[in-house]
Design a protein around this ligand. Structure first.
Ligand code: CP
Length: 306
């Protein structure tokens, strides 16, 4: 693939190749000298129109560990604040001949728009409530590492499904890999018709948690809600938060995941977030390897080394 715009477009073979490539890069991340010459001479621009800690940093680290030149642009410190359009911004960046643009934007479809207009590769680092493919891939790398497989796993994804690009990317990818996906949240946060994408849908989170192998908790996307938040944060924590009591419904060896940033005490209690079943920082660690794999594969794989 020239671009990575979403997991919807990825086949099972594509996903396996990305995860296997990420596995091969994990070893580099544990070395004392964590740098290989694989993408020497390539230029990567991280173009972020929305806040990010994990995704932006790990794409930058991934590029640097592969010896690419990485440049970070955040919209708030760019000429976007002077009124420059997305298309003009992108064409001006293109004129500087980058090989890959990694992009996060609040509008669903923004990276697809750029991919149609630019010569370089585009990687979607999160577009509105649509997709966040590298997150789903690092989530699956973590599941495969702990559980040894993805096929047959029961994965509960709980929270603000309607606004979650993480939920959507995981739903596409996990069902393609043969996992069962259970989505749960308040009725106001479940998009109508989502079951048509192959998910079980629950408004009682206990039903989603029962016998689950993996639980992915999602943050309420306060920045994407309308004016009235239903339910309130207090009600949300009570009925939709993961705590040591409802976690007992899952399999004994179930793992707890969260893409971050967490709102402790809302969707997840600190007892669970810091408890023995959490793999939240393993996800972050795997994020570097997955993003190295995506940059490497998009840049042409072995051809990139010539
Ligand atoms: N999971 C995730 O996308 O985190 P950031 O918003 O910090 O990049």
């Amino acid at each position: 693939h020239k671009h990575i715009l979403g997991t919807e477009q990825l086949s099972r073979e594509d996903i396996e190749l990305i995860l296997d490539t990420a596995d091969s890069f994990k070893e580099i991340n544990s070395r004392e000298i964590k740098k290989v010459p694989t993408l020497r001479g390539k230029t990567i621009i991280n173009l972020f129109y929305e806040a990010s800690t994990r995704t932006r940093t790990s794409f930058e680290i991934a590029g640097k560990r592969l010896s690419a030149d990485t440049i970070n642009i955040s919209a708030s410190a760019s000429s976007v604040v002077k009124g420059e359009t997305l298309e003009d911004t992108a064409k001006n960046l293109q004129a500087m001949a980058p090989d890959i643009i990694v992009m996060r934007h609040s509008a669903s479809g923004a990276p697809h728009y750029l991919a149609k207009r630019l010569d370089c590769s585009v990687i979607n680092a999160g577009d509105g409530a649509h997709e966040h493919p590298s997150q789903a891939l690092l989530d699956m790398l973590t599941m495969r590492q702990v559980k040894g497989r993805i096929e047959g796993l029961k994965v509960a994804i709980i929270g603000d499904i309607a606004h979650s690009r993480v939920a959507r990317s995981n739903l596409y990818a996990l069902t393609r890999m043969g996992a069962t996906v259970r989505l749960a949240g308040p009725g106001t946060m479940i998009p109508p018709g989502i079951e048509r994408l192959g998910a079980e849908v629950h408004t009682d989170i206990n039903e989603a948690i029962r016998d689950a192998d993996v639980i992915i908790m999602l943050r309420i996307q306060l920045e994407r809600q309308g004016k009235t938040l239903l339910p309130t944060l207090r009600e949300y924590a009570r009925f939709y938060g993961l705590n040591p009591q409802n976690l007992k419904l899952a399999k004994d060896d179930a793992i707890v995941m969260h893409p971050g940033p967490m709102n402790r005490g809302v969707e997840i209690s600190s007892f669970v977030a810091d408890g023995p079943q959490n793999v939240i920082l393993d996800q972050v660690e795997n994020g570097v390897a997955v993003r190295m794999a995506l940059l490497y594969l998009v840049a042409g794989g072995e051809q990139a080394e010539k």
